[in-house]
Design a protein around this ligand. Structure first.
Ligand code: CTP
Ligand code: CA
Length: 224
């Protein structure tokens, strides 16, 4: 069935995709993370394979099975995801950052399980994680770089700011305030933004959306 969708639009191209959440340890038994399911990133990876790309999927912990016919790299933390992304940047034509990277991690991982104390409150100190997609977009041999912007307000303005600030070629803006689409859902509806303008793609399955996005990226990459 998958072969029904083979397009060849990315034949001979290397596509690297980050997906899923990252998980940042607090102590040996606890971590901070987010509700990303990984579905959008995995669907994009599947669509990239179907488009004929040599595909690498760098994934944080998810419940999903790795798609066939690609290189799957399992990571846990943002720092591990960055290291894998930099390693895979060599020869990469299109880099797609679909991961929900933890913006901060605990300053230190406690060596032992943190014990409850008599205090009513607990304060943890966090340090900013590296920005993976911005790091890739700053490389001398920059791939065509695509980011996502999950926003609960000011969708287009915030997405445009991220496009510029991270030096991306394209950004997929995703309104997480709408239930049933985007974060952790099976469907998505997005606005695709680049320096030439913007284009809306209405609600559909992440599989269908992924095929349309990959076709669009292939066209934009070719024109770049
Ligand atoms: N991203 C990344 N590395 C990070 C944070 C984000 O590669 N440390 C990528 C995401 O994969 C996504 C894009 O940057 O493609 C935007 O992520 P988002 O969380 O929306 O943006 P932030 O820059 O983290 O800003 P904020 O969370 O404050 O909105
Ligand atoms: Ca963020």
């Amino acid at each position: 069935a998958a072969s029904l969708f083979v397009t060849g639009a990315l034949a001979g191209k290397k596509v690297v995709i980050t997906a899923g959440p990252t998980r940042e340890a607090i102590d040996p038994v606890r971590y901070i993370s987010n509700h990303s399911s990984g579905k959008m990133g995995y669907a994009l990876a599947q669509a990239a394979v179907e488009a004929g790309a040599q595909t690498v999927l760098i994934s944080g912990p998810t419940q999903l099975a790795a798609p066939d016919r690609l290189e799957f790299i399992a990571v846990t933390t943002a720092e591990e995801m960055l290291a894998a992304s930099l390693q895979q940047a060599a020869g990469c034509d299109v880099f797609i950052a679909a991961a929900a990277v933890a913006d901060y991690r605990p300053v230190q991982v406690a060596a032992q399980k943190i014990k409850k104390t008599g205090d009513a409150n607990l304060t943890l100190e966090f340090v900013k994680n590296p920005d993976i997609v911005a790091t890739i977009a700053a490389l001398a041999e920059k791939p065509f770089t695509v980011g996502f912007a999950a926003e609960s307000e000011n969708l287009i303005a915030y997405a445009q700011q991220k496009l510029a600030r991270k030096n991306l070629d394209l950004i997929i803006a995703n309104n997480i305030a709408v239930t049933g689409i985007g974060f952790n859902a099976d469907d998505n509806a997005v606005t695709v933004i680049d320096k030439t303008g913007q284009q809306e793609i209405s609600q559909r399955s992440k599989q269908q959306l992924a095929r349309e996005l990959i076709a669009l990226f292939a066209q934009k990459f070719k024109d770049s």
